[in-house]
Every structure is written in structure tokens, then in C-alpha cells.
Design a protein around this ligand. Structure first.
Ligand SMILES: Nc1ncnc2c1ncn2[C@@H]1O[C@H](COP(=O)(O)OP(=O)(O)OP(=O)(O)O)[C@@H](O)[C@H]1O
Ligand SMILES: [Mg+2]
Length: 382
């Protein structure tokens, strides 16, 4: 178990980390998700002992390790650029951490071969680093960090240098390897898919601060604020006032600033809802459908103003009376073009309150029937 308690750090007078706290249980992975420059690598360096914090504690298995030098922390580190030794061969690169610890040569050989076997790189053992592909280097870096049997493994965007196909393959392999070995780790990434797949918990960071920590589903479906919502791909945020509450449905008047005139929607009732209170709701673009005629009870008239190809899907931007909403669809399913009039529709279940975990807080548990799915794509609701 690793605990990060109230870590702060300034560099050259600039605040880089501000009061960061979280814990990672044994055999779990915490993903740090955040944009470039938000302080992710700085935090990992502090945990590894490569940089000293100004305030706060790093606690591993109950011991404060603030004053231990890096080699005594038993922390494995896979660096952003791998930082392998170019003149050593693969075996020597992996054996490095064990040699420093003055482990007996036979034991080193046994452990290096074991880990090379797990990562399927034994055949590369005599090669030098420049002779390897990106994916092979990534495996060597992982082997070098794992061979010391670390209490905590730190992975700093380990897949970011790879092409998308290899990246997809390796992230699934990595998940299997980390789970099979029962690794306790902190995994840094910008990539939402990686975060959802690999994280037992995810911490979303912005400008040196944690915005939200939660299970991947909580972050995805119940982002706490606009920053987290944007990070998990939800640009559709409806700001409204709760007008009426019935047993299982709430009527909400949507009053976003950009809207020329408000409109009313019906939303599944969440335990946190109270009449006359304001609420921000987010709707994932894949939960929005576009129709020629008014179909759903939640249907708002709009005009398509842009269609943006985005990998395997199309992002359709629709103006609904001054407010832009985003829908995703496939090329095959899109029947409309720019300037077409459409009805933007969504079901009662689609809007989720931006409540962080509040709708599932212990005192609300009895009221709330949130179903948390393991598959982030599957719908959840209250
Ligand atoms: N040695 C340093 N001297 C001055 N500023 C630094 C130093 N190291 C980091 N910083 C600054 O601290 C901030 C956080 O840097 P850090 O490398 O931790 O970001 P990051 O979240 O890992 O970004 P990326 O995703 O691009 O790797 C940045 O603004 C960076 O410029
Ligand atoms: Mg970094």
C-alpha cells in the first residue's frame, strides 16, 4: 500500500503540485490522468526519491520514506522515454537494479530470465538498445522495473511513444501482466482509454491539483466539474433548475448562458435532486441521437453546424438555440449534412448529474440504486 499525503512542490517559485493526497491499495493500479505540464512526472519523481517535496509524506507499507535515497525505496520506475542504457545489452539493462542491490550472480540470472520469459523478450537478451523497436524497448523498460520486485511500480506514460496499433495491443497485455503479478502501481497517462482499462481508480489532475478521484465509471459518468467532464470526452453540459420531482422523474429547465430561450427536459431522478436547486448535467455524445422529426420526449430543435471526423466516428456539432451540443455517430449512420435542421434527442437516462460520487455517498446509499458496470461503455444510472 502506498499513501501520498499532502504533497506540495514549487520549482523556481512556481507552484507545481498543491496538496496532493491519495492512497493505492495492494495489487491495485491508480491512474493519474491529466494534460501536459500538470505535474504528473514531478509527482512520480518525488515518490521515487529523485526529487524532494516541499511538504507532505510518501508512505509505503506504513513507513514514511521521505528521507530514503532512491535505491533504498524499492520503487520501480518506467520512465516516459524509457531511459535505458544504450551501451549495455538487454540482459545487463534488466539486471542493473539487482546488481546495485548486490544480489548474488546466480540469483540475478534466475530473476532476469524469469522476467524476460514473462515479457517474451528472452530472444533479445544479447542485443543492444538501439537495435530494438519501440515496443521491445518498452518491454525491456518494464522488465527492468519489475525485476527488483518493487513495492510500488511507477509507470510514466509507458505507451505514449508507440504507434496506435501496438499501443492498443500492449495496453491489454500490460493489464494482464500487472494483474497476474499483483503489482501495486501508479500509472500516468493522457489517454482516457488507457485510464479506463488499467485503473482500479483514476485521479484526474489539473495544474498541480487533483480534481476528482474515483472508480473509472464514476469519473466517466459522474464527473465532478467541467474540467473532468471535458477530460472524459463530455462537452455537453446542461445547466438547469429542478422544477418538479416525481417518484422517478425530474423536470428540469435548462438555462445555459448561451441559450436564447430555456427549454425543459425530463431526467431520471437522482437522490441528490431537490426541487428549486440548480444542477449541472452531462450527456455523453454517444447518448445523443439526431432525428428528422420529433421522436423522444427530450427533443430540441437545432441545426448542424459542423461534422468532424474523429477516428472511427464522426463528431456532429449542432446549434440548439445558441448552445452547441455534440453527438457522435458513424459515417454509415449519418444521414445529414451541414446546415440541415435536426431534432437532438436523448433518453431520460442519458443526463448524469455532475456530482462526483455524491449520489452514491453512504448516507444516500439506501436511496440510490446506481448500478456500476465494469464496462465503461455500458449505461449506468440511478
Ligand atoms: N526541473 C524543472 N525546472 C523548472 N520547471 C520544471 C522542472 N520540472 C518540471 N517543471 C515544470 O513543472 C510543471 C510540471 O511538469 P511535469 O513534467 O511534472 O508535467 P507532466 O504532467 O508530467 O507533463 P507531460 O504530460 O507533458 O509529461 C511544468 O510546468 C514544467 O515546466
Ligand atoms: Mg510527464
Amino acid at each position: 500500500m502506498i499513501e501520498i499525503n499532502n504533497i506540495s512542490k514549487r520549482i523556481d517559485g512556481q507552484e507545481i503540485l498543491n496538496d496532493i493526497s491519495f492512497g493505492v491499495n495492494d495489487s491495485e493500479i491508480m491512474v493519474l490522468l491529466g494534460s501536459s505540464g500538470c505535474g504528473k512526472t514531478t509527482l512520480l519523481k518525488i515518490i521515487a526519491g529523485l526529487l524532494k517535496q516541499d511538504a507532505g509524506d510518501v508512505v509505503i507499507n506504513g513507513k514514511v520514506i521521505n528521507d530514503l535515497p532512491p535505491q533504498k525505496r524499492n520503487v520501480g520506475f518506467v520512465f516516459q522515454d524509457y531511459a535505458l542504457f544504450p551501451h549495455k545489452n538487454i540482459f545487463e539493462n534488466i539486471a542493473f537494479g539487482l546488481k546495485i542491490k548486490k544480489i548474488h550472480e546466480n540469483e540475478i540470472k534466475k530473476r532476469v530470465y524469469e522476467i524476460m520469459e514473462i515479457l517474451e523478450i528472452t530472444h533479445l537478451k544479447d542485443k543492444k538498445i538501439p537495435q530494438l523497436s519501440g515496443g521491445q524497448k518498452q518491454r525491456v523498460a518494464l522488465a527492468r522495473a519489475l525485476v527488483i520486485n518493487p513495492d510500488v511500480l511507477l509507470l510514466d506514460e509507458p505507451l505514449s511513444a508507440l504507434d496506435p496499433i501496438l499501443r492498443e495491443k500492449l495496453r491489454e497485455e500490460l493489464k494482464t501482466i500487472l494483474k497476474n503479478l499483483g503489482v501495486t502501481g501508479i500509472y500516468v497517462t493522457h489517454d482516457l482509454t488507457e485510464a479506463m482499462l488499467l485503473g482500479d481508480n483514476v485521479a484526474v489532475m489539473n495544474k498541480g491539483e487533483i480534481q476528482q478521484i474515483g472508480k473509472p465509471d464514476e469519473i466517466f459518468y459522474h464527473p465532478k466539474n467541467e474540467f473532468v467532464a471535458n477530460f472524459v470526452g463530455v462537452k455537453n453540459i446542461l445547466k438547469g433548475n429542478i422544477k418538479e420531482l416525481k417518484e422517478d422523474v425530474a423536470t428540469i429547465e435548462v438555462v445555459n448562458e448561451d441559450l436564447k430561450s430555456p427549454f425543459t427536459i425530463k431526467v431520471k431522478k437522482y437522490p441528490i435532486f431537490e426541487r428549486k436547486r440548480n444542477v449541472s448535467l452531462c450527456i455523453h455524445p454517444e447518448d445523443i441521437t439526431l432525428n428528422r422529426t420529433k421522436k423522444d420526449e427530450n427533443a430540441i430543435k437545432g441545426k448542424i453546424i459542423n461534422i468532424i471526423p474523429n477516428g472511427s466516428v464522426l463528431k456532429v456539432v449542432v446549434d440548439i438555440g445558441g448552445l452547441e451540443v455534440y453527438a457522435t455517430t458513424t459515417r454509415h449512420l449519418l444521414k445529414y449534412g451541414i446546415n440541415d435542421d435536426v431534432w437532438v434527442s436523448f433518453s431520460r437516462d442519458a443526463p448524469h448529474p455532475m456530482c462526483g460520487k455524491k449520489c452514491r455517498s453512504p448516507d444516500q446509499e439506501a436511496l440510490c440504486k446506481c448500478k456500476v458496470s465494469k464496462n465503461p461503455i455500458e449505461e449506468i444510472g440511478c
